[in-house]
Design a protein around this ligand. Structure first.
Ligand SMILES: Nc1ncnc2c1ncn2[C@@H]1O[C@H](COP(=O)(O)OP(=O)(O)O)[C@@H](O)[C@H]1O
Ligand SMILES: [Mg+2]
Length: 329
């Protein structure tokens, strides 16, 4: 039942730091690949650990993490926002310096440096890569799984496309005195017709970004296409936060595909863990009362080291057999 979520095109996996987002993103991806699917896992958490988990070097371009006997595959990417900002600003700088006389080049560079450090530029770069991965991923793969940064942060990012805040706008905002520079910037901001081919080229690039953000906005609110999986541990604080995340997602009209209670304590491994399990049972019962229609799955606490494809295959098997907890009163 839980694995129905895999038949969407895009999954966002969110939750607090350390709850098991990367492990479960990868296991979900592998489970889909074991059905013959082509899957891309994209880590957007600055604290990347996808490479560590798969024991591979993962970077800004997709690399193969697994091929399955069923003809499926898993590729992985760790998004590097700094590389994105560098690439984008370098392209803008090349165009701007072609557009403007040489004595203004220093000014262009100073302006772009400000854009680099403007509030939101980091988030905007991550968002741009998410939009790009969603677009490319849906073209080249059956499923894209985003292993996201801790919940609050990702929700802010997902809310961003509508506002389009950040460095594109900073870039377009005119703060410079030079008339010609200002005129060029105004032109880019769309207030006058482009004067040169370089200018219209730059404008096209910015327009393309905006289109990409709009497409992302459409995709993430398309309930058939996209789902959000919230990973948590069944303790008071994480459960309270999970409810808040679900509420925010509802407000943003993003579908909550499943909640996964990870690292469930066993009831047959001593008094300490049994006591923990009782606490978790109570928390899960409370959550179920609050969300009677949600898919809430449980993954047990695993004894061994969770790294490498073998361990991930075991976790994928657990996901396959995961069930919703019984309402424990
Ligand atoms: N079900 C589980 N049982 C035992 N350890 C787990 C389980 N799920 C995750 N872990 C471990 O918990 C740690 C954090 O998991 P990770 O997937 O990196 O979390 P996140 O990406 O949310 O920070 C890792 O060491 C991982 O191996
Ligand atoms: Mg992680």
């Amino acid at each position: 039942m839980l694995l129905n979520v895999l038949h969407r095109r895009i999954l966002f996996v969110g939750g607090k730091g350390g709850v098991g987002k990367t492990s479960l993103s990868s296991a979900l991806a592998l489970a889909r690949a074991q059905e013959g699917g082509r899957v891309l896992v994209v880590s957007t958490d600055p604290a990347h650990n996808l490479g560590h988990l798969w024991q591979r070097r993962v970077g800004d371009d997709p690399i193969r993490l697994a091929d399955t006997a069923e003809g499926g595959l898993v590729d992985g990417v760790e998004i590097d926002p700094h590389a994105t900002i560098d690439r984008h600003l370098a392209a803008v700088e090349r165009t701007m310096t072609r557009m403007l006389p040489e004595q203004q080049h220093a000014q262009v560079r100073a302006h772009l440096e400000r854009a680099r450090h403007a509030p939101g530029s980091h988030e905007s770069a991550v968002l741009e890569r998410i939009a790009e991965a969603a677009e490319r991923g849906q073209r080249d793969y059956d499923l894209v799984v985003f292993d996201t940064a801790p919940s609050g942060h990702t929700l802010r990012l997902l809310a961003l496309p509508g506002q389009l805040a950040g460095w594109t706008d900073t870039l377009l905002r005119n703060r410079d005195r030079s008339e010609r520079f200002s005129a060029a910037m105004r032109g880019l901001a769309g207030r006058s017709a482009p004067q040169t081919s370089a200018e219209s080229e730059l404008r096209q690039t910015l327009h393309r970004r905006r289109e990409r953000f709009d497409a992302l906005q459409r995709d993430i609110t398309d309930r058939e296409r996209t789902g959000f999986v919230v990973v948590f541990t069944a303790e008071a604080l994480p459960v309270a936060e999970t409810l808040e995340v679900v509420e925010s997602l509802d407000e943003m009209r993003v579908n909550v595909a499943a909640l996964i209670a990870n690292r469930r304590s066993p009831d047959d491994a001593g008094a300490l863990l049994r006591a923990r399990r009782t606490v978790e049972d109570r928390q899960l019962a409370g959550l179920r009362r609050r969300m009677p229609d949600a898919v809430i799955a449980e993954i047990p606490l695993i004894a061994g080291e969770l790294t490498g494809q073998r361990a991930l295959a075991d976790l994928a098997a657990l996901l396959r057999s995961a069930s919703s907890p019984q309402g424990v009163e």
